[in-house]
Design a protein. Structure first.
Length: 173
């Protein structure tokens, strides 16, 4: 959450917006449902079994189950916040003139070492990012640099390995 100051100087909070595609929203909802209905029960059963072992002071199974429970509950809380602040991108209303969240782009990439390759990317919100599968976040260095660019443009991006050049071949939905 971000703090925003009201006119009287008091801090107010504003929900963070999470940009997602329809596909990304469905995946978040599915994960939340799984965690609430399946994982919670599995972890509760692990705790129950661990409690049956007796002395909790030296019960590593109990400690592990409680850690699992904490991780599950934390993820549930994160997902609920994301879903509350989700802004679904209506991909049918997007144009193919510039790169934006939801755009599929084909680029000719020239790495800092001079190696050239052709790659397909989809620009997505940060919670949908999956670089190995070509889904790059709008908040990543590459995603930020490509947002607003047009087909035919070459964008230079500072990466840990040096400057990479992304020539945008096509933009589609």
């Amino acid at each position: 959450m971000r703090a925003i100051l009201a006119k009287d100087g008091r801090a107010m909070t504003a929900e963070k917006q999470y940009f997602v595609t329809e596909e990304g929203l469905a995946a978040l909802e599915k994960e939340l449902e799984y965690l609430k209905t399946v994982r919670r029960k599995e972890v509760a059963e692990k705790i129950k079994v661990a409690l049956s072992f007796g002395d909790l002071s030296e019960n590593s199974e109990y400690d592990e189950a409680k850690n699992d429970q904490a991780m599950v509950e934390a993820r549930i809380a994160d997902l609920e916040v994301m879903l509350k602040g989700a802004v679904v991108i209506d991909e049918s209303e997007l144009n193919n003139e510039t790169v934006h969240i939801g755009s599929k782009i084909e680029v000719e990439l020239t790495s800092p070492a001079g190696v050239q390759s052709r790659r397909d990317y989809k620009i997505v919100g940060s919670n949908e990012a999956d670089p190995r599968n070509g889904k790059i976040s709008d908040e990543s260095a590459v995603g930020k640099a490509l947002i607003g660019a047009r087909a035919g443009e070459t964008i230079d991006v500072e990466t840990p390995a040096g400057i990479s050049h992304y020539h945008i071949v096509t933009i589609s939905r």
